[in-house]
Design a protein around this ligand. Structure first.
Ligand code: NAD
Ligand code: TYD
Length: 404
């Protein structure tokens, strides 16, 4: 079994090896350098879509890593996503809120590195109800940074998004130095968190890194997002709600490719740096739906145009030269093959889909799809807008009361 110490000796984790001098100075780190333990990753938001894929990915790589999954289990967190690793002695789940400094301190103690996924992650919900998004994505990230610094964790990887670069003109792709021009409360909160991370690097020389990935898709994605929503609706022969003209472009990245990219940055990225992770598959939404329908043998007549998302970004595209050159990372799964794998996964996991759709999702869908025009009018007139984040992060299903 490859223990943490052997992994470090082998140089597989360059940042740990290069920190040996630091280890001689700090007793806690010295213990780690000499010890025989696995590298212990504190993962926030591990019960969500990308976090759960990342946990399964790192635990499948052999005995190099142990994981503490710290998650509040909001409507988007689902322990069923982690059933296959729940009994693994290297895996531990702690229920908690990243905005609670005491809970975070207690759970993070003894961990070597942090990978921070937890977020209110949906653009539409951030438009309908921005307060919880600001609370979790900005305040939560700040608290994690503070605690991680106090506990001298050796690396902090903040998982961000290409949406911080905002709406791009045709032909343009954003590299890591592109201006941050977010459009939605969600992307603004992610950009705010990115800037906080940057400030900790610059001011405290805190060893943090950022990844900014494009739109992920694959197994275990909550069906509020574009692809699982279209797939699950198409299975039921229900209309596929396309916002506006459907000509908006997104860059599609298979979730496993993102997990490999995040791990590459964690292990080999340079302190303080940001790395874009894209799928190199920039396509219009309608084109993606057409491919999906063909793959599923469903008619194009299911496509239904609905009122557009307010402030909807037309185009995202990433320049990923940096991660390709420095870390030799590239996406492995092309869209057509990724779509096929994803459709098969949803077909084979009808119970998972049913359970998720029985919960809070049903109320959400009724309000914002079945009564879309009146719901959007209310949002745009600021009717019923909550001025505090008191509702932040309610547990799975409990938003039902608020949306009724
Ligand atoms: P998700 O919504 O599926 O999961 C989010 C997880 O965070 C859930 O398990 C939820 O319970 C947890 N969480 C939310 N608030 C919390 C809090 N206050 N304390 C503790 N846990 C909390 O999200 P995802 O799609 O897996 O995205 C993960 C990360 O990746 C996010 O930071 C998101 O901004 C970023 N990202 C996502 C995409 C994408 O396409 N999904 C693309 C780029 C970046
Ligand atoms: P989404 O999955 O919400 O991701 P993003 O964060 O990029 O907005 O949506 C992807 C694209 O699909 C985006 O252009 C909005 C569009 N979309 C629809 O047309 N209909 C839908 O029901 C959803 C959820 C998204």
């Amino acid at each position: 079994m490859l223990r943490g110490s052997e992994l470090r000796k082998s140089g597989a984790i360059g940042w740990l090896t290069s920190r040996r001098t630091g280890c001689q100075r700090r007793s806690r780190e010295r213990r780690r350098c000499q010890g025989d333990s696995l590298v212990k990753i504190f993962i926030t938001g591990g019960a969500g879509f990308i976090g759960s894929n990342f946990i399964r990915h790192v635990l499948s790589l052999g005995d190099s890593y142990a994981v503490v999954n710290f998650d509040k289990l909001t409507y988007a967190g689902n322990l069923a996503n982690l059933q296959s690793v729940a009994g693994d002695p290297r895996y531990q789940f702690v229920k908690g809120d990243i905005c609670d400094p005491d809970a975070v301190t207690q759970a993070m103690r003894g961990c070597d590195v942090v990978v921070h996924f937890a977020a209110e992650s949906h653009v539409d919900r951030s438009i309908y109800e921005p307060a919880p998004v600001i609370q979790t994505n900005i305040t939560g990230t700040f608290i994690l940074l503070q605690v991680a610094r106090t506990l001298s964790v050796q690396r902090f990887l903040h998982v961000s998004t290409d949406e911080v670069y905002g709406d791009l003109s045709p032909g343009v792709s954003a590299d890591e130095n592109f201006a941050l021009q977010p459009s939605s409360p969600y992307s603004a909160s992610k950009a705010g968190a990115d800037l906080l991370v940057r400030s900790f690097v610059r001011t405290y020389r805190f060893p943090a890194l950022i990844t900014r990935s494009s739109n992920n898709y694959g197994p275990y994605q909550f069906p509020e997002k574009f692809l699982p929503l279209m797939i699950t609706n198409a299975f039921g022969n229900k209309p596929l709600p396309v916002y506006g003209d459907g000509r908006q472009q997104r860059d599609w990245l298979y979730v496993e490719d993102n997990c490999r990219g995040i791990l590459a940055v964690l292990e080999r990225g340079r302190d303080g740096e940001t790395y874009n992770i894209g799928g190199n598959e920039v396509l219009e939404n309608l084109e993606v739906i057409s491919r999906l329908l063909k793959l599923m043998g469903k008619p194009e007549s299911l496509i239904t145009s609905v009122a557009d998302r307010p402030g909807h970004d037309r185009r995202y595209a990433l320049d990923c030269t940096k991660i390709e050159k420095e870390l030799h990372w590239r996406p492995h799964i092309q869209l057509d093959s990724g779509l096929e794998q994803t459709v098969n996964w949803y077909r084979e996991h009808a119970d998972w889909v049913e359970a998720v759709r029985r919960g809070e999702y049903r109320t959400y869908y009724a309000k914002y799809y079945e009564h879309r025009n009146s719901a959007l009018e209310a949002v745009m007139s600021a009717e019923g807008t909550s001025l505090t984040s008191g509702a932040a992060g309610e547990e799975r299903g409990s938003r039902k009361d608020r949306t009724n």
